[in-house]
Structures are given as C-alpha cells and as structure tokens.
Design a protein around this ligand. Structure first.
Ligand SMILES: [Mg+2]
Length: 254
C-alpha cells in the first residue's frame, strides 16, 4: 500500500507568531529576578531584532536584562554588532549578572506556568496565527496532503493553541518526541514525507545533514524569525518559501 503524503510544519515562527508571549514572559521573568528593572510592556524593537538569534528560553530572559540596561553592551555596540558576537556576549552577560542559564530557564517556566494557571485564555491570546496560514493548512486536504506539526514547544499547549485556531493536524510532535531529525526519520517510516517547513535555518541544515533525510525537501519560511542573511545562498535542497508560493498548490512550490 502506498503511504499517505505528509507535509511537516514547525509551529512557532511558521504557523503562529509568539513574539508577544516571548516578550511578556521574558519581561515578567526578569522582573522576578530584578524587581527594580525598568522595561516597557510593549515589545521593544531591539527584542524583535534579537529574536532570530534566541534559541533557548533562558536567552530571552537574558536579552530582557540587557535591554533594561541604560548603557550595557547592547546599547554601546548596537544590536547588529551584538549578535555578530552573540554566544560570547551571552556568556559575558551571564558572568556579569552572576546567573546560570538554569536559573533563567526555571524562572521563565515558573512565570509561564503561573500565567497559564491564572489566566489561560489571556495567555493563549498572546499567540497569533500568521495571516492566511490556518486557511492554507486546511486547504492542503484538497490536494490530498495531510499536514503535521513538529515543534520544540510542549505538545499539550501546542494542541490547545492549534485547536483555538480551528486546526487539527494529522499528527503533532512536541519536545517530548525528541530532536526534530529523529522525529522526521520516524515519521518517514509511516508516511511519504513531502517536505519540512521551518523558520530556523540551522535546523533545516541539520535535517538535510541527517542520514536518511538528505533528500527531504526543506523550506525556510520568509515570514518567520529570520536572521537578515538566512534567506541568502541557501544550500541545495533548502528553498525559501514566500507567502505567494505558500498560497499556491504544493506541486508548484519551487
Ligand atoms: Mg520556529
């Protein structure tokens, strides 16, 4: 029997824009650690610019701390110079504040858990689907293609957010399922994978470098949290997915 066709989507930065939630949680986590910190409630432009470099939750809290400074390295160097030296800058900032990543991560998770308990609907509302994306996902059925979600978020929250958008994927894998390449390999045993859609270029590069996934078509969405040079000189097998291309039938994606 021929296996069914499946298109796999990352969640954050592809289906949903979680920027508001990131800032809300990062700001609250920093205020827990530094109650005297001064941080605006609306998303600072510098946080939007930094977002494509942020990989793990604790980095969001560290960025909030750096943004709150009057004359720290972010202010002195500017965002683009800062991210040019991102890992070293993170290490230096952790040392200066006397923080371990685990402290920031735990603080962030407690803030989130409390927010969900106190006002679940309000917390869910901090996540907005990208325009036309839910509609396009629903329309994939007309092409005979099933779609699934593969995310580093938790499965239960992701399912709830998807349901809030009226979306029910054929499958949903959260961080509990393991690293993305391994999940894709498992999916490929049951489905005919038509591709993987992501907004994080290094993840796509890792997928393509994984034995058994070398031929998996990969798309980098143009509307996600991209670094300015991410869409340039993409390696073979990874293509940029524009909004127009996404709106066209899968067979016409290029
Ligand atoms: Mg993403």
């Amino acid at each position: 029997m021929l296996s069914a066709e499946l298109l796999v989507f990352d969640f954050d930065g592809v289906i949903v824009d979680g920027m508001q939630e990131y800032w809300w949680s990062a700001r609250r986590a920093l205020l827990t650690l530094q109650p005297q910190a001064s941080l605006q409630e609306s998303i600072p432009e510098s946080f939007r610019q930094l977002r494509p470099w942020i990989h793990q939750g604790w980095e969001m809290v560290l960025m909030a701390a750096l943004i709150s400074e009057a004359d720290g390295p972010l202010q002195q160097r500017g965002v683009m110079a800062f991210v040019g030296d991102y890992n070293r800058q993170c290490k230096a900032a952790l040392a200066r504040f006397g923080w371990e990543p685990s402290l920031l991560q735990t603080t962030l998770e407690v803030v989130r858990a409390n927010a969900v308990r106190a006002d679940r609907d309000g917390w869910l509302a901090l996540h907005q689907p990208y325009p036309n994306v839910p509609e396009r996902l629903k329309a994939l059925a007309e092409e005979g293609i099933a779609w699934s979600v593969l995310t580093t978020k938790g499965k239960a929250f992701t399912a709830e957010l998807l349901a809030g958008m009226g979306l029910v994927p054929a499958r949903l894998d959260g961080h509990e399922s393991g690293p993305k390449p391994q999940v894709l390999l498992r999916l490929a045993e049951e489905w005919h994978l038509r591709g993987f859609v992501e907004d994080r270029r290094p993840t796509l590069e890792t997928v393509r470098a994984t034995e058994g996934l070398e031929a998996l078509p990969c798309w980098l969405v143009s509307w996600g949290y991209l670094q300015p040079t991410d869409s340039q000189q993409l390696p073979n097998g990874i293509r940029l997915l524009s909004r127009d291309c996404f709106a066209s039938p899968l067979a016409e994606w290029h």
